[in-house]
Design a protein around this ligand. Sequence first.
Ligand code: SF4
Length: 217
Amino acid sequence: MMGDRDFRTTIKSAVDSIGKELEIDINSKDFQTIHLQEVVQCLRRSYYDRIEPEEIERRGFNELLSGLLRKLQYGSEPKNFEVDDIKLKGQIDMLVDDSILLFRAAPDELEDPLATDVLYLNACMWIYDKEDGVIVYITGDRKETTFSLTRNKKMFEEVIRRVRVLNDLLKEQKTPILEPSMECSDCQYYEKCFMKKKNSKQLSLAEMMGLGKKDEI
Ligand code: SF4
């Protein structure tokens, strides 16, 4: 008989393997192609994902919903938007009657859509040249919350600005600044951003007070 512990490990590895299959395929060396997902989330996270990636911990099948719909291609081929010599690549979950639909998992029913999802949907409306879009949040117990949006140019310009910033930083191999947000609590780079390394060298009192070593003064 399979113990509870083994059972959990099996589920976790199934979720991890399906998650890997459904991940957006990003060529980490191709800095001239930036994926929309990379610029609506924290730029530092996207930078680390390309330059020194760490595995993400997936929590359940519900999280895989959007990737599954994208893979099944319900009327949505990935599409590029040219930003000078950079390609911004987006992909929607579904296209119905000229409206873009995104599906996202949510722990509870939401009062407002998440900022990253609004940025993503708005950018898709420009990339696919559509006027309307909908985000559907689905909870683990299958409750739905739906938000409709009309496109906004200023918001898209902000996404374009972030595309240029990420492209520059990748080319210059410079780590983007911290973007502290709710996203940090689930981020695999949390320790890298916010904790000191355990084996870091001990600082002298003078160094901690910003006085430096005696012979450097
Ligand atoms: S911990 Fe926060 S600031 Fe650091 S990479 Fe992750 S999301 Fe960005």
